[in-house]
Ligand binder design. Sequence first.
Ligand code: C2E
Ligand code: CA
Ligand code: CA
Length: 517
Amino acid sequence: MQSRLEPLLTTIRAFLSQESALRRAVPLLIPAISLGAWFAFGEVGLLVCAFLLPLPFLMTTSFMTGTRRRARNEVDGLTGLLTPAGFERQMQEKMATLDEDGRTTACFSIKIDNFARLRENHGDQAAEEVLRYVADRLKNALRGGDLISRAGDAAFSVALDPIAHFDIESGIQMATRFQTAIEEPIPLQMASIYVTCSIGFCLSSRLNRPSATAMIQAADMAMCEAQLTGDSNIRAYSTDMGRKVISRRKTQSEAARTLQRDQIRAWFQPQVSTDTGQVTGFEALARWEHPERGILAPVQFLEVLHQTGQMGQLADLMLRQSLDAVRAWDDAGFSVPMVGVNFAGEELRSPTLVERIQWELDRTELEANRLGIEVLESVVAGTPDDMVVRNVEAVNAMGCSIDLDDFGTGHASISSIRRLPVKRIKIDRSFVTNIDRDPDQQRMIAAIVTMAERLGLETLAEGVENPAEHAMLAQLGCSHVQGFGIARPMPFHETLKWMKAHQEKIGPALQIGHKPR
Ligand code: C2E
Ligand code: CA
Ligand code: CA
C-alpha cells in the first residue's frame, strides 16, 4: 500500500517544493479574489476567501522551510556530499519504486585503506584534501540520479538510480571504475599521495526485503570482507557473509585471550641469496594455531592484540621462539645467519625494548648479529619520533641488523631512511608482482636497487612467487629474495626438512654450516 502511494506523495512533494512563478503569484491575487467573492456572495464570501485562501500557502511555506533546513542538515560540511541520514532517507525513497517496475539498484561501500596512518603521516590538512579529492572523483564517476554520501571518516556510500538491468558483473565493473578513479595519484602541495580503497557492494536482487538500511549494511559487510584480504580489494555481498562475520567476531573476542593460552607460534619463511642460492635468513611470522579453526594469519588477530595492548607480549613471544629456532638450527648444523622479527611501532617506542632483547640474546647465548629487526617504512616515515630513533639506534649498537619493511608503500623520504641505521630495505611485494613481464615494474626495481647501492644498503625483494620473478630480480641486482616461490612460511619443525632438501638442491659446495655445539 505504502509503495503504491509513494509515487503520488512524491508528486505532491515535488509540486509543493516547486519555486514556480505561479506559486509565487497566487498569494498576490488573494485580495482581488476576496473582492470578487464579496461582489458575488456578499460578506460570507469575503470572510471565507480572506481567511481560508492564505492557509494552504502558509502550510506550503512552512513545509518548504522545513525541507530546506533538512536539505542543509543532510549535507557533509567538508565534501558537500550527503550525510548518512540524508543518504538513507533518499535511498529509501528510490527503493520504494523498485517493486512496481522490476528495476534494480546497487549500494556500494567504499573505504580508503589505512587512512589513520595517512592522517598520522601527512597531517589533518592533507587528509582533508585527500577526502575532498576522493569525493570529487566519485561524484564525477556517477550519473545525475545516483546518490553519494560521506559515511564516516574515510568512508563513502553510493546508491545507483534504479535501472532495468544490473548484475554482479556490472557491479564489479562499476567498483573497478571507482577504484581506478580514487587510486590515481592525488597532487598535494608538497608531493603526490597514493591511496588505495576497498569496496563492497550489494545488489538489491540479493536481499529478500531490500530496504535502504539492509542494503547499506550488506554493502558495509562486503567492504569489511574486502579489507580482510588486503588493500585495494572488491567484494560482492553474498548471503553467507552474515554467518562469516559472526564467526569472525567470535574469533576476535577469543583472540584477546589467546596469548595466555600459548596458541600463537612463530612460523618461518626463508630468505635466500640471489648470488649463491644459500639461505641468508628466515623471517618469523606469527600464526595462531587454533584448535578448531586451523592456522590463522596475523590479519585475523593482530588488530585485537593491538587494541588490547598485547603487542609487547607478542613481541616477547616471537623474539623468544625466533632465537630458540636459531639456537636449534645451529645445533642441527644448518647455516642460518640470522632471523628477522617484526616489531610494531608501539613496541619500538617501549623503554624496555633494548633490555628485553639483550636478555633473550644472553639466554640463548647468541651473538646480536643473529637477530634482525624489521621496522615498517611507515613507522620511519611518520612524524619525527625520538623514542623510535633512539631505540633502533641502541638495538643496532648492540649488533642487531635493521631491515626497513614494506619499502615503497610508506613514502619514507631518503633523509628519513638515513635517520636510522638501516642495513637492508625489503622491497614491497607490490613492486615485485609480474616483474618478469612488466617493464614498468622492472624500471621501478632497477631504480630502487640503484638508490640502495648508492646509499650502501642491501636489498631484499618480498613476495617472489615463481622462478621467472626470482631470475629477473637476480638480473636486476637485488641481493636477497623471499616469497612463496622459494617457500611458504612453515612451523619450526618443517624448516629442518626444508633446509635439508634445499641444500641438496643447491649442491654440496654450499653445505657449510655452523658447527654443532
Ligand atoms: P610482512 O612483514 O610484510 O610479512 C610478509 C607477508 O607476506 C607475510 O604475510 C607472508 O606470509 C606474505 N608472503 C610472503 N611471501 C609471499 C608471496 O610470495 N606472495 C604473497 N601473496 N604473500 C607472501 P603474513 O604472515 O600474513 O603477515 C602479514 C603481516 O603481519 C606481516 O607483513 C607483518 O607486517 C605482520 N606480522 C606478522 N607477524 C608479526 C609479528 O610477530 N609481529 C608484528 N608486529 N607484526 C607481524
Ligand atoms: Ca616483515
Ligand atoms: Ca613486508
